[in-house]
Design a protein. Structure first.
Length: 158
């Protein structure tokens, strides 16, 4: 696992572009039990059909629930590189910002176990992905393909 304290964002933990980078808002590392905006921590796993590896964790200081949207910036910045973000709830503004970032928020109720969610994602990856997961995978593939177009447009040389 990458040295987590040094990571500026999830993108720095990506070792394999084929892994689905999934963040979980959690206080205990076991269950999804935090609202996105007030989450004290995230655990990020790299997942494919056969494996799931903890890639990064991050703890955030406690924030006042005062409607201050600046409190989202450190979380959004650190989650750059995530494909999915599971949380107990998420506001409209945070949802828009996550989607713009390329991370799709997924609200789950009742504090489900992270391990169970990972198993469900792996079953989908090994079978027929849901429409949402199919969209995420397409977006992930197009991002990887676009980087060569961008380099070509910039006229890079060897």
């Amino acid at each position: 696992m990458t040295k987590q304290a040094e990571l500026g964002s999830v993108a720095e933990a990506v070792t394999d572009k084929n892994l689905l980078m999934v963040a979980f808002a959690t206080s205990d590392g076991e269950s999804v039990n935090q609202h996105f905006g007030s989450s004290r921590g995230f655990h990020v796993f790299g997942i494919n059909g056969g494996q799931a590896e903890l890639m990064a964790t991050k703890t955030f200081p406690k924030e006042k629930k005062d409607g201050n949207e600046d409190k989202l910036r450190p979380k959004l910045s650190w989650l750059h590189g995530s494909d999915l973000v599971y949380c107990g709830s998420v506001g409209g503004s945070a949802t828009k910002q996550l989607i713009t970032l390329g991370a799709h928020p997924i609200v789950v109720k009742g504090g489900p176990e992270i391990e169970e969610i990972i198993e469900e994602l792996q079953q989908e990856l090994n079978g027929t992905p849901s429409a949402m997961l199919e969209r995420v995978l397409r977006q992930k593939t197009s991002k990887a393909d676009d980087r060569f177009d961008t380099m070509d447009d910039e006229g890079w040389e060897e």
